[in-house]
Write a protein of this length. Structure first.
Length: 107
């Protein structure tokens, strides 16, 4: 399943419409650590398809949503379930660290 690209305009609708948990990657083009975790998130999305989806939101192009969720540094991952933010992971981490921190949503 392809990674979903979100914007300020589509964010709420996509989050509410999802029956699965959605990991939203708040990122920017210039962010090295963001580029580092992008392929890891793609792997997690593929390996846990049906349980979780991965979405990306570029904070430079969509600043309102980043401000709304108080994203102060990137990468920040927010996990939404049932339309609500349930978890936050800040910073680039290894795949095993991410899987550990997100384990509740990957079951």
């Amino acid at each position: 399943m392809a990674t979903l690209t979100l914007s300020d305009a589509t964010f709420d609708e996509e989050i509410r419409a999802s029956s699965e948990a959605i990991i939203v990657d708040f990122w920017a083009e210039w962010c090295g650590p963001c580029r580092k975790i992008a392929p890891i998130l793609d792997e997690i999305a593929e390996e846990h398809a049906g349980k979780v989806r991965v979405a990306k939101l570029n904070v430079d192009e969509n600043p309102a949503t980043g401000r709304r969720f108080q994203v102060l540094s990137i990468p920040t991952l927010l996990v939404f379930q049932d339309g609500e933010a349930k978890a936050r992971v800040v910073g680039a981490k290894s795949k095993s660290q991410l899987e550990t921190e997100l384990a509740a949503f990957l079951q």
